[in-house]
Design a protein around this ligand. Sequence first.
Ligand code: F6R
Length: 261
Amino acid sequence: MDVVVLPDPRRAERLAARLIADELRGNPRLVLGLATGRTMEQVYRELVELHRREALDFAGCRSFNLDEYAGLPATSPNSYRAYMQRHLFDQVNLDPANTHLPDGTAGDLAAECSRYEELIEQCGGIDLQLLGIGLDGHIGFNEPLSSFASRTRVVMLSPETMAQNGPLFDDLGQMPRRALTMGVGTILEANRCLLLATGAEKNRIVTQFVEGPLTAMISASALHLHPHCTVILDEAAGGGLQGLEHYRWIFANEPKWNTYR
Ligand code: F6R
């Protein structure tokens, strides 16, 4: 696992966007796994900027989002489909037919989850999976005790996640308690994972997941099993890491980071 700790959130978000952009330039048919949430908003802003300023081309890109709330129609402003339209899809040249999220309103949610897994496979699997982390250590909506082998499925959201995301709903009563999410096993099959976490509220869980033991209580810890995972943090989120100086030294000296410093 590569851990990069940058002085401020803007630099962390910009690095995440540049890594995504470079993968897309290297492979115009990229299958891109996407995340939602507050942390990603600035990453999408940066990608939109790169599209406008440097003609970053999304025409051949296929995208798969990690998750969607159960029961929320795409037209709901709180749906992850609506989030993606607002922050990215409506602002770049991604073909709408190539953007995929699980359908939280499907009549048979289990069948929808299987369909989603099959679609990812038909596209050749995910090349790069973008991830955030929840306060309870979730990636996607893989709440504590999600199996490391789990696949796309319907899950119950944890009380921590209800508290974390509830304020985004006008009325907490409108927030679904269930969601469809790629599994930890699905995520681990991506060729590359890129996790971004910023802000002091993520400090505790970041320290636990990066330097603590592998545990199903913290789904993000499964990323240690992934051969190509990059974790980008700002100082506030990563400042509690014991190996901080070591991670900084590697970022300052490792040639593969030359163009990103
Ligand atoms: C959302 C998702 C979640 C978020 C995580 C962090 O698609 O997969 O795992 O990435 O809850 O959310 P924020 O960025 O709002 O703190």
